[in-house]
Write a new protein. Structure first.
Length: 177
């Protein structure tokens, strides 16, 4: 596996851990509502910043267009599906936020559960299919170029911020059992 794909799969591990936490916080509803809301908002922020601004951005602006250049048939198939999923994720997170704002924690949690399920399915498709195709499509030089572009994106958005977001998930994982 080349470095650019490894970076994306490593990000998937962090995102998957956040998904698990989003399920575990359900037990707080009706018992510790303020703690539920606090953690739910942290997760919402994480998914938007780390999951979308860092991870999906690299896929949408770099990886997928480069894959499309190499094989135009991919664009109307799996890449189109992945991009549609990204839009669906954004909509689901808006729903979570709306329900949190209304203090409707049960419905917020239902939205989180749907989000988690479709996101984990999406991650599986990327790990098992999309990334293998990408790995095969690109030469070592092309992979290196993509990796440098990924690094530029992370640097532009802030490496320290990205590390702090991953640390947030590690800390939540340890505290929300």
């Amino acid at each position: 596996m080349n470095d650019s794909i490894k970076l994306l799969t490593d990000e998937h591990v962090v995102i998957s851990t956040a998904c698990e936490i989003s399920d575990r916080i359900a037990k707080l509803i009706g018992k510790k509502d303020s703690e539920y809301e606090d953690v739910a908002r942290q997760l919402l922020s994480f998914f938007r910043e780390y999951g979308d601004a860092y991870h999906h951005f690299k896929e949408e602006k770099i990886l997928f267009p480069e894959m499309n250049k190499k094989n135009e048939m991919i664009a109307d198939g799996i890449i189109k599906e992945m991009l549609e999923n990204h839009e669906d994720f954004r909509e689901l997170l808006r729903g979570v936020e709306d329900f949190l704002n209304k203090k409707d924690y049960l419905r917020a949690q239902q939205q989180f559960h749907i989000y988690k399920e479709v996101l984990l399915d999406h991650i599986a498709v990327e790990n098992d299919e999309v990334f293998h195709v990408a790995d095969a499509l690109f030469s070592p030089t092309e992979n290196e170029n993509i990796n440098f572009r990924f690094a530029d994106c992370d640097n532009e958005l802030g490496l320290e911020k990205k590390k702090n977001l991953a640390l947030l998930i590690q800390n939540l994982d340890n505290s929300v059992k």
